[in-house]
Design a protein around this ligand. Structure first.
Ligand SMILES: Cc1cc2nc3c(=O)[nH]c(=O)nc-3n(C[C@H](O)[C@H](O)[C@H](O)COP(=O)(O)OP(=O)(O)OC[C@H]3O[C@@H](n4cnc5c(N)ncnc54)[C@H](O)[C@@H]3O)c2cc1C
Length: 277
């Protein structure tokens, strides 16, 4: 099918893009990589009279290493996370997560901001943002990632707002990261997945960040599991704790009980990788 007719806008600045969104209200939608929005328009699952293409807004693209933080412009392609040595050194979990997103053709177009704004609960990048306490920049305001995702495909973004950047903390020391997931086919969204970053000091986990995806309507941060890992509990016990409070639904892909079992398994695999067990 073809999308319903729309007017295409190509602003050059953030101010122009915001003015278009304000002018057209809920008839307008930002277009980033188009990897989620365009299929939805083509299938007529949604329609907008105005598309505001962000790809000509140069100020929104690029990665900048700042003191103790990595600033990622919202239209930075997902492929950059996978290939950029600065990203891998500064925030290893981003580099580990990116290859799990769809296929490389999707990552070549799909953007970091698009993935976060789309807020699919089975997406990798929202889970990484929640795990690492990223800050999401929405014009003048900054939202903690844990407050940004409010439900399936739902965030605190208003119709006339843009996500302009995501800012991730840079951990110091011996930092290790792993992302494990189970999907029905290579490149599919995960049935369940785990994103884990730890720092290791003298052979022990000194700091841990654990988030799950595909297991609830938003990414789930597993704070009790993080504390148990730092306290030296067994990896199996940490994995069981990580999925203790999740509430996955039954759907056509898997039952909630299956997702919970897969969740515990992927957490344990990721823990084995980062802890060298
Ligand atoms: C076959 C296939 C497999 C996929 N597999 C995965 C997967 O395994 N994991 C995964 O995470 N994703 C997957 N995706 C989705 C892909 O990662 C998309 O790139 C991503 O979800 C959206 O990013 P985008 O830049 O393409 O955004 P778009 O499709 O352009 O936009 C998505 C939504 O975000 C809004 N938006 C975009 N940018 C902004 C902004 N800066 N401010 C405010 N709103 C904004 C748009 O208005 C729209 O509502 C898959 C897609 C396909 C087609």
């Amino acid at each position: 099918m073809k999308p319903a007719p729309f007017e295409y806008h190509s602003p050059a600045t953030v101010a122009e893009a915001l003015a278009l969104l304000r002018e057209h209200g809920d008839d307008a939608k930002p277009l980033a990589g188009g990897q989620s929005l365009v299929p939805m328009l083509a299938l007529r699952l949604t329609r907008f009279a105005h598309l505001v293409d962000l790809n000509g807004v140069g100020a929104l693209a690029g990665v900048e290493l700042q003191p103790e933080r990595l600033h990622i412009g919202s239209t930075t392609r997902q492929r950059v996370l996978e290939r950029d040595a600065t990203v891998a050194a500064a925030v290893p979990l981003l580099a580990r997560a990116a290859p799990h997103i769809g296929h490389f053709q999707i990552r070549n177009r799909g953007t970091v901001g698009g993935s976060l704004a789309h807020a699919d609960p089975a997406s990798e990048l929202p889970a990484v943002a929640v795990a690492l306490d990223a800050e999401l920049v929405v014009g003048e305001r900054t939202v903690a990632a844990r407050d940004f995702f409010t439900g399936t495909w739902t965030t605190t973004l208003a119709d006339d707002e843009l996500l302009t950047a995501a800012v991730f903390p840079v951990w110091s020391g011996d930092v290790r990261a792993a992302v494990h997931e189970v999907a029905r086919r290579n490149g599919d969204f995960a049935l369940a997945g785990a994103a884990i970053q730890v720092s290791v000091d003298d052979g022990r986990v000194a700091r841990a960040a654990i988030a799950l995806f595909g297991l609830d309507s938003t990414p789930v941060r597993a704070l009790d599991a993080e504390a148990a890992l730092v306290a030296g509990e067994s990896l199996a016990a940490v994995a069981a704790l990580a999925v203790r409070d999740v509430e996955p639904n039954d759907d056509i892909h898997a039952t909630g009980a299956q997702r919970r079992r897969i969740g515990a398994a992927v957490v344990e695999r990721a823990l084995q990788e980062v802890c060298g067990g």
